[in-house]
Ligand binder design. Structure first.
Ligand code: ZN
Length: 302
């Protein structure tokens, strides 16, 4: 049986692009690896942050809408994501965030130190100390909020091949920890009964979907078939330029995607200059001048 080898990317909604880029490339220390447009709305950006090559498991993407109303996490939504940080880098990162006005709440989860903070749009970002982290660019985990954890746990273990590796009560709620066997980055999914009973409200500061990895297009095709056997109908593969994507809603309501590792972010610009130029998919290239006029200017720290 094929296993999901961890998280590929996480996509969220933000307010103005500049404050989003300032935070993630500034105190968070991530690299902008792709500056493109929302393929469904080319007058707005789609920004991708990650490590210097845009490795799967490091990619955080945002749809920034200048006037986006604030959203709120609730059941059927991922409520937080976490970066895995080597123990030696944990305190320096927390100190740097604090110095730049992003104080974190410190706690312990499954024996590891966790710093929890909010990004400029109120999205919960966590930093978790992890001895296996090669650097501070990869994901540790994502937290899913659902009304009933059981069906989601069943999908992750029986279809995706995750293993239940722990359960901990936190703030009165069970946190189920699942791990993808053999995955390096983005290995963990935590499933929690939603702290907020009211329905989630999509908007700025909320996670839109969680994308898991498929190593090849064939592997992705296999997922379409095996998920169908579990009663989950996915979309057909959609070309996202840097990966192919299929989508479906898991039983708890969270939008899941399975994205292919290839072709990757160096498909349309050299690795050394990833994220510097505005890249457009072929269908929008003829409209470049107009798109560049409409997009707000964006300055990013090198
Ligand atoms: Zn996606």
């Amino acid at each position: 049986m094929t296993h999901i080898p961890g998280i590929h990317h996480i996509t969220a909604i933000s307010g103005p692009a500049q404050q989003n880029a300032d935070f993630y490339t500034g105190p968070m220390g991530q690299k902008l690896v792709k500056k493109t447009v929302n393929f469904d709305d080319p007058g707005t950006y789609h920004l991708y942050y990650g490590d210097k090559t845009g490795s799967p498991g490091t990619i955080l993407t945002f749809f920034p809408f200048p006037g986006a109303a604030p959203g709120r996490a609730g059941p059927g939504m991922a409520s937080a994501f976490a970066y895995a940080v080597p123990p030696a880098d944990f305190q320096p990162l927390v100190d740097r965030l604090e110095a730049e006005g992003h104080g974190a709440l410190l706690s312990t989860r499954f024996g590891a130190r966790v710093a929890s903070l909010r990004d400029p749009d109120g999205l919960t970002v966590e930093v978790i100390e992890d001895m296996t982290a090669p650097d501070s660019h990869g994901f540790h985990s994502v937290t899913l909020w659902v009304r009933d954890p059981e069906p989601t746990l069943k999908l992750l273990t029986e279809a995706f091949g995750y293993q239940l590796v722990g359960k901990e009560v936190q703030d009165g709620f069970d946190r189920h920890r699942l791990a993808a066997p053999g995955a390096e980055r983005g290995r963990i999914v935590d499933v929690v009964r939603s702290h907020v009973p009211a329905a989630a409200r999509p908007g700025a500061g909320t996670i839109h979907h969680v994308a898991f990895r498929a190593r090849t297009d064939d592997e992705q095709k296999g997922w379409i078939e095996s998920l169908a056997r579990f009663g989950h109908r996915t979309t057909p593969p959609i070309d996202r330029n840097y990966f192919n994507a299929i989508y479906f809603r898991e039983p708890g309501g969270v939008l899941f995607e399975i994205a292919t590792d290839p072709p990757g972010f160096a498909v349309d610009e050299p690795v050394e200059s990833l994220g510097q130029a505005l890249k457009l998919p072929a269908q929008y290239e003829p409209m470049r001048a107009r798109i560049e006029q409409v997009l707000p200017p964006l300055k990013v720290r090198a």
